[in-house]
Design a protein around this ligand. Structure first.
Ligand SMILES: [Mg+2]
Length: 300
C-alpha cells in the first residue's frame, strides 16, 4: 500500500512497484489508509509522514494498536531530512524509512526487505499456532489433552463463580479396559479409545469441552450446566457406548463406561475433580456401566 497525499509520489512509486510485479493499493490520506488496511490488509505499507487529517505517526500508532494490523511492516516515506523524525518513526515501530527523493532501486530493495520480514513473521505465527494446537491435543483421539483441560477448567470455573452460573464436571472411565489391551493387544485398545472418543463427542452439546484425562479416562467440562443436565449428557454417553459393540477386525467388543459427575461451583476446580473421582470410584464399585452423581444412580 502506498499512503501519500501527493499524487505525483503515488504515481511514481506505483509505477516502480508494478514494474516489479507488485500489486499496489493507493490511499491519499491517513484515514483512507487505515480503512483499506482493515478491509484488505497489505503486506507492506509505504507511509508518508505529512498528510492532511491523520499524519503518518498517527496512522502508525493506530496500526500498532490493532492486533490484526500491528504486524504489517511500515516503511516511512519522508520529505523531512532531520534525523529526529526518522528516529521518532523507528521508535514508534516503523520497519524502515526512505527519504524523498529516492531512487527506485533503493525503494524496491527496502520494500523487498520489509516483505521478507513479513513473510518470515507470518510463517512463524502459523507454526506457533500449529504447535499450540498440537500441545493441546491428544495425539491418539484428537480430543483435547489434560493440559488444555486443566486450563479450560480453571478459566470456566472462575467464570462460573463470577456469574453465579451452575457448572458441572464429568469423569468417565472405560470399564475393564486393561482386559481389552491384554486380550486383543494395544492396537485394538487404541481403536477402542478412538471409537469411544468419537461416540463421546457425538453426545456432547455445543459448549461442552471434552478431552482425554489420561489412559482410558476422559473428562468433560460442562459450563452453565446443573446436576440434571450433566446427568443427562453422562447417561447418553454411557448408553451410546454400551448400545453398539466396537468392531476391531474379527472381534466385536462390547465396551461399557462408568462415570462420576459433580455440579458446583463448589469451592475450587480441585474440589470438583476430587468429587468426580470419588463418584467414579463408586460407579465402579456399584457394578460398572453406571453413572453416579451425588446420590443419584442411572443406568446399569
Ligand atoms: Mg505528504
Amino acid at each position: 500500500m502506498i499512503a501519500d497525499d501527493s499524487l505525483l509520489i503515488r504515481a511514481v512509486v506505483q509505477a516502480a512497484l508494478e514494474a516489479e510485479g507488485y500489486q499496489v493499493m493507493l490511499a491519499e490520506d491517513g484515514r483512507t489508509a487505515l480503512q483499506q488496511c482493515q478491509s484488505r490488509p497489505p503486506d507492506v505499507i509505504l507511509l508518508d509522514i505529512v498528510m492532511p487529517g491523520l499524519d503518518g505517526y498517527q496512522v502508525l500508532a493506530e496500526l500498532k494498536n490493532d492486533p490484526a494490523l500491528s504486524h504489517i511492516p511500515v516503511v516511512f516515506l519522508t520529505g523531512r531530512t532531520g534525523m529526529a523524525d526518522v528516529v521518532a518513526g523507528l521508535r514508534a515501530g516503523a520497519h524502515d524509512y526512505l527519504k524523498k527523493p529516492f531512487e527506485p532501486e533503493e525503494l524496491l530493495a527496502r520494500v523487498g526487505s520489509a516483505l521478507h520480514v513479513k513473510q518470515l513473521q507470518d510463517h512463524l505465527r502459523d507454526r506457533n499456532a500449529a504447535l499450540d494446537r498440537i500441545s493441546r491435543t491428544d495425539a491418539l483421539t484428537g480430543l483435547y489433552n489434560r493440559r488444555h483441560l486443566n486450563e479450560v477448567l480453571a478459566l470456566r470455573y472462575a467464570d462460573a463463580r463470577r456469574h453465579g452460573d451452575p457448572f458441572s464436571v464429568l469423569l468417565l472411565d472405560i470399564d475393564r479396559f486393561k482386559r481389552v489391551n491384554d486380550t486383543y493387544g494395544h492396537p485394538t485398545g487404541d481403536l477402542v479409545l478412538c471409537e469411544f472418543a468419537r461416540r463421546l463427542k457425538h453426545e456432547l452439546r455445543a459448549g461442552d469441552i471434552a478431552g482425554r484425562w489420561g489412559g482410558e479416562e476422559f473428562l468433560v467440562i460442562l459450563p452453565r450446566t446443573g446436576a440434571s443436565g450433566v446427568l443427562e449428557v453422562a447417561e447418553r454417553i454411557r448408553a451410546a457406548t454400551a448400545a453398539t459393540p466396537i468392531i476391531a477386525g474379527e472381534a466385536h467388543l462390547t465396551v461399557t463406561v462408568s462415570g462420576g459427575c459433580c455440579s458446583g461451583p463448589g469451592d475450587s476446580p480441585e474440589d470438583l475433580l476430587r468429587c468426580v473421582d470419588t463418584r467414579l470410584y463408586q460407579a465402579k464399585a456399584g457394578g460398572r456401566n453406571l453413572i453416579v452423581a451425588a446420590d443419584v444412580k442411572v443406568g446399569g
